[in-house]
Design a binder for this molecule. Structure first.
Ligand SMILES: Nc1nc2c(c(=O)[nH]1)N[C@H]1C(S)=C(S)[C@@H](COP(=O)(O)O)O[C@H]1N2
Ligand SMILES: [Mo]
Length: 268
């Protein structure tokens, strides 16, 4: 498996990537803003001004519009396109935050902090392999402008959470938006050099996979061995490699790239 480094974690790289991301974010906000205003008959509507919550009316509309868009994409039955397995290729190794340190996959265990302050749990790769295996061939889309079709194999994050009662207070199956279900999932590399936060609807999406194989082979270290996230309803930045910890929580988790100017949601 090709494993050549294409990005080095240094400040020049950081600055370049943040610059590019800010540009894209500004563009997407402009598009969102225009669409939000169009629905209200154009700029004359700007005159409506403030309402009680201190957010100006046009801005509030954009927020609502973004929420509505997210709900549409995540509504029941909305899947990211699946591709024929023949279309799958090895993506470049992109992003090595949290992969720098010496690491022995054999002594790795997945740490989990279940919802509602239940005792922390540990899982081995065999624990994960004992759950139903799913395969999915989806596009990995990097915000830097490239994408690749990749075949993933592993276990649905939803199946994992359900089987071990990780995301609800009473052991019931998790429901996004449900009263007893955690609102967010935090995922971190061992040592937390890289970390992502997910809304529950995206985390429980049927194509969101804790992956231990890529393109028919165990993950290489560069692609996140022994376990990474494949989440095709999000950009590449959320597809965290080398997961060390998963936490189910109502506190919106920190997110490496969101803290560097990029959109926290990062959905497609
Ligand atoms: N631990 C970790 N995971 C990460 C990153 C990273 O820097 N560190 N980069 C992300 C980004 S920006 C992308 S596009 C994908 C790339 O996955 P790949 O290297 O398997 O192609 O990994 C994501 N997961
Ligand atoms: Mo990326």
């Amino acid at each position: 498996m090709n494993d050549h480094p294409t990005s080095t974690p240094n400040s020049n790289h950081d600055a370049a990537v943040v610059g590019e991301m800010n540009l894209r974010l500004r563009r997407s906000l402009m598009v969102g803003g225009a669409a939000g205003l169009a629905g209200f008959g154009g700029l004359s509507w700007l005159g409506l001004g403030q309402s009680g919550d201190g957010i100006s009316a046009p801005r509030r509309t954009v927020l609502r519009w973004n929420e509505a868009l997210a709900r549409n994409l995540l509504g029941t039955g909305r899947l990211a396109p699946e591709h024929p397995v023949q279309a799958a290729k090895d993506p470049r190794v992109n992003g090595r935050f949290g992969l720098e340190n010496d690491f022995d996959p054999r002594s790795w265990k997945l740490q989990v902090e279940p919802y509602g302050g239940q005792a922390a749990k540990e899982f081995t790769l065999d624990d994960l392999r004992s759950l139903p295996r799913v395969e999915s061939v989806t596009e990995l889309k990097c915000i830097e402008g490239w994408s690749e079709v990749v075949q993933w194999a592993g276990v649905r994050l939803a199946d994992f959470a359900t089987k071990f009662s990780l995301a609800t207070l009473d052991g019931s199956p998790p429901q996004p938006g449900g009263k007893r279900t955690a609102q967010y999932v935090a995922l971190e590399t061992p040592g937390r050099s890289y970390y992502v936060g997910l809304d529950m609807a995206s985390a429980l999406h049927p194509q969101t996979i804790l992956a231990y194989e890529m393109n028919g082979a165990p993950l290489s270290l560069g692609h996140g061995a022994p376990l990474r996230l494949a989440i095709p309803v999000k950009y590449g930045i959320k597809n965290i490699k080398r997961i060390g910890l998963i936490r189910f929580t109502d506190q919106r988790p920190g997110d490496y790239w969101a803290e560097r100017g990029y959109d926290w949601y990062a959905g497609l």
